[in-house]
Design a protein around this ligand. Structure first.
Ligand code: PMP
Length: 303
């Protein structure tokens, strides 16, 4: 069923849902130069609250800078717009999707003749992956190389590569897929970062061809604060997946999703076995308490 809510925020105005996009010659639609964010809000004991809104808006500004988008609003303006939209649509929990793009003008690649559009939508969307551990496959398509594109920006065009990866793996009995980078290191899933656990040691791919996830940063902090574990950020070779005891994904949508098994490109499968008190389950619980406003120490992360 298509998603739909009542109102959209578009260039400072509140408009009806079907007023979002209005021309097939929009520059960005042809060449992929859109930037966006993917933000979640939760029904907390103290009204719906948006998790780490400031950090998401800061990353949106970082992404917009890549295309030299000259924005006529401040990050506070956008934060206020997000809150306004959540309240007007009267939803307790869900997603906020701001997107900035070049409207239509000349059809040259150079985009700056076109005026900028900014649109924010919110909608209700429950669990993104699964509450249960999932099966993952390493696919052949590689994550784009940071030497060719700024992978720290959240650019819609980059996701064309992820769409092809999803087609490669769909219908093969896996829940999700994992991308290697062009140096043959584990990178990320197209919408999540990944962590591996071995005893009390936790590793995650270093910031190179991966998006610096806001959930990734939150989980690194929580592991330090709650379990005195310092996560090691380094290159991870795909052969290492067989040495680890546990693995999990992190992302705004997927929150903390536990990985049951990973199949490598030689069809070899590793199944991870989880005890009730495994680190993956414990960090998942702590994370959900934080985002849902049930942990007093981190209420400052909710807006
Ligand atoms: N990697 C990619 C490519 C993503 O699109 C996302 C989702 N934004 C993530 C990682 C996770 O980032 P975050 O925790 O900020 O949602």
């Amino acid at each position: 069923m298509p998603i739909e809510t009542k109102y959209i925020w578009r260039n400072w105005e509140i408009v009806n849902w079907d007023m979002a996009i209005d021309h097939n010659l929009i520059h960005t639609l042809h060449y992929g130069g859109w930037v966006f964010e993917w933000i979640r809000f939760y029904d907390t004991p103290n009204w719906p609250k948006i998790f780490r809104l400031k950090e998401h808006i800061d990353r949106l500004f970082y992404s917009a800078k890549l295309f030299e988008m000259e924005l006529s609003f401040t990050s506070q303006n956008l934060m206020d717009a997000c809150v306004d939209l959540v309240v007007r649509n009267w939803i307790n929990s869900g997603y906020i999707r701001p997107i900035i793009y070049f409207w239509y003008s000349k059809m040259w690649l150079y985009p700056k003749w076109a005026k900028l559009e900014i649109v924010i939508s919110v909608w209700n969307w429950g669990t993104y992956l699964s509450d249960n551990p999932i099966k993952v496959m390493i696919c052949k398509i590689r994550r784009l190389d940071r030497r060719s594109a700024d992978m720290w920006a959240k650019v819609c065009g980059y996701y064309a590569n992820s769409i092809v990866a999803s087609l490669e793996t769909h219908g093969k009995g896996f829940d999700e897929w994992l991308l290697l980078d062009t140096d043959w290191n584990i990178a990320e899933w197209p919408g999540e970062n990944i962590f591996f656990v071995k005893g009390k040691q936790i590793v995650t791919p270093k910031l190179w061809s991966i998006l610096p996830g806001i959930t990734r940063a939150t989980v690194i902090q929580l592991l330090k604060d709650k379990f005195w574990i310092i996560v090691e950020e380094r290159n991870i070779n795909p052969n290492e997946i067989f040495d680890f005891d546990e693995a999990f994904f992190t992302g705004t949508a997927a929150e903390v999703t536990i990985i049951w098994s990973i199949q490598d490109q030689n069809w070899k499968i590793i199944n991870y076995n989880y005890e009730q008190d495994s680190i993956s389950y414990m960090i998942k619980k702590v994370y959900l308490d934080v985002v849902k406003g049930n942990n007093q120490d981190y209420l400052g992360r909710l807006y």
